[in-house]
Design a protein around this ligand. Structure first.
Ligand SMILES: NC(=O)c1ccc[n+]([C@@H]2O[C@H](COP(=O)([O-])OP(=O)(O)OC[C@H]3O[C@@H](n4cnc5c(N)ncnc54)[C@H](O)[C@@H]3O)[C@@H](O)[C@H]2O)c1
Length: 435
């Protein structure tokens, strides 16, 4: 008899058939039909729902116009992916917990500390296996940096400088024209974009943040900066359209040639030049960036002090050419510098005056430097273990592991708005309040 475990296909439901649910996770599951099967999908955008159903071979009786309808009618699920908009994570997560399934929950898990407490309480009570989509921890790039730090390659870590360069067109797409432009509809930019960065800093530094201060503002994307001759939409005869870096025509049709992937597939299901032009003519992504209803900050910096004495700074900016992250870790006898999209890490050792750069290999043309694949592969593998052996192992990015990143982001926004340094509550307090 073979020792090989029998094939076990995890039965998964996807809540939210958008860029993440279908584009990032669904596409991986399609490539690995031996591991999992998408058996039900929910989304109120019926054309997106239908497209996702066809892609995954899910019959119409298992396609639902809302997460509520899906969770009410589907039984026998092993896992649920929650990839609904930011403000719609807590309710489906609480309902999914009652199904006794493993949950892959998109970040930010909740837009407020009160919601986070409710979620943490429920997850602890039911001992639910929750994996938060902090994909950076699953990338070869950040995993290598963590390994170098843990091996003491640069001695004792003293300080970190981390920069999130959002990229001017990406910022305009998501935070001026797109879903993350308004705090009340999604979350503050420092939570939506940078909870990843807080999470990675917390992980690399290996200690909780105890105090931070933050400055930032919406500095550019507002009406008072609209150039003379600009119009409400880029294709309405705007006089500066050809020289404006944020022109929708230039971004979606010229700088990023039409393709069947992000960000075009967010603009329109029909990603042909004609389909995109039609969507830009009437939809949110064709609006002048100076005349949108956005209110999130377009640049923010955070200074942090950690319990183990390490100091760190984080800069998040929409005003960069590259869409990348760079990091500089300074230790007692060496330093590490890295560029995330180039997958390049340079290590210097002061003791022998040595400097080496290595280039990491990342699978395919994956988004997030291989993190999306790493996350979902790990998630499915752990669900299989639970089903086979009845043993649940905590994810590298479990909800418990993700609490600090969110508390840091909430504190950074509080500091930015109130103009004060904020001390972070020690974790036991959150624990007490939650239990
Ligand atoms: N982990 C990451 O790196 C990462 C990257 C981008 C976005 N995100 C997060 O992932 C989440 C989804 O983002 P996205 O880019 O896929 O957005 P999206 O708008 O492309 O997809 C969200 C989908 O949820 C659907 N939806 C809305 N109400 C629903 C309901 N009641 N029931 C079921 N579905 C519903 C929407 O119609 C939409 O199709 C957000 O919270 C976002 O912040 C995470």
């Amino acid at each position: 008899m073979s020792d090989q475990p029998t094939a076990l296909r995890v039965r998964i439901a996807i809540l939210g058939a958008g860029h993440r649910g279908i584009g990032a996770y669904g596409s991986y599951l399609l490539r690995r039909p031996d591991l999992a099967q998408v058996v039900a999908i929910a989304d109120p955008r019926l054309d997106w729902l239908q497209t996702a159903g066809t892609l995954h071979g899910v019959g119409s009786e298992h396609l639902y116009p809302s997460w509520e309808a899906l969770l009410k009618n589907e039984n026998g699920l092993d896992a649920i992916i929650i990839a609904t908009p930011d403000r719609l994570h807590l309710a489906p997560a609480l309902a999914a917990i009652r199904h006794g399934v493993s949950i892959l929950l998109e970040k930010p898990v909740c837009p407020t500390e009160a919601e986070l407490r409710r979620l943490v309480t429920a997850v602890r009570r039911h001992r639910t296996d929750v994996t938060v989509a902090h994909v950076l921890r699953y990338t070869p790039f950040f995993s290598r940096i963590k390994e170098l730090l843990d091996r003491g390659v640069i001695g004792q870590l003293q300080a970190v400088r981390h920069t999130e360069q959002v990229g001017y067109w990406h910022f305009a797409h998501s935070y001026v024209r797109g879903n993350w432009r308004r705090v009340e509809d999604s979350s503050p930019m420092i939570l939506a974009k940078a909870c990843h960065d807080f999470d990675i800093l917390r992980w690399l530094i290996g200690s909780p943040c105890v105090e931070l201060s933050s400055y930032g503002r919406l500095g550019h994307f507002s009406l008072e900066n609209a150039p003379e001759g600009s119009t409400d939409r880029c294709d309405q005869g705007c006089k500066v359209e050809r020289s404006c870096p944020y022109s929708a025509q230039r971004i979606y049709l010229e700088r990023l040639p039409p393709a069947d992937r992000w960000p075009h597939n967010v603009v329109s299901l029909d990603t042909s030049p004609e389909g995109l032009s039609a969507a830009l003519h009437v939809g949110p992504y064709g609006r002048c960036v100076y005349r949108c209803d956005n209110d999130v900050a377009d640049n923010q910096i955070v200074s942090m002090r950690f319990a183990n004495g390490v100091n760190a700074s984080l800069t998040v900016s929409g005003f960069t050419r590259e869409n990348t992250r760079t990091i500089h870790l300074m230790g007692s006898h060496g330093e590490i510098g890295g560029n995330f999209t180039k997958n390049e890490i340079t290590v210097s050792d002061f003791r022998i005056d040595d400097k080496r750069t290595s280039q990491l290999t990342v699978p395919g043309d994956s988004e997030h430097g291989g993190g999306d694949e790493g996350l979902v592969a790990d998630f499915i593998g752990r669900v299989q273990d639970r089903l086979r052996h009845g043993v649940t192992t905590a994810a590298l990015t479990s909800l418990e592991e993700s609490i600090d990143s969110h508390l840091m982001a909430f504190a950074a926004e509080e500091s930015r708005l109130r103009g004060v340094a904020v001390r972070l509550q020690p974790r036991p307090k959150l624990r007490q309040a939650a239990e």
